[in-house]
Design a protein. Sequence first.
Length: 105
Amino acid sequence: MANVDISNLSVAELEALRGSIENVIGNRRQTELLSLRQAIEDMVDEAGFTLEEVMQATASKKRTVAPKYQNPADNSQTWSGRGRKPGWVEELLASGGKLDDCLIG
């Protein structure tokens, strides 16, 4: 890559240069993306699959987590201990209760 001395350019020249660079980057990005997509499609075709099949195969499956806590006032309400606390947990803690008192098993 050639070193270009831009220290002596005016603001207008620098702005024009930046515009040119952004255009080149945009065009190059599009060209590289199309090239990459074609390469991926070629690989998928050679393997005998469709792109949709490949993308579905890599989609992560959401795992269910067994509940860890149970509402002492309503056994049908449970919580795994992950994510946002349900309302019954917030109420329990606000009233001075302890989460350990709700452990299942």
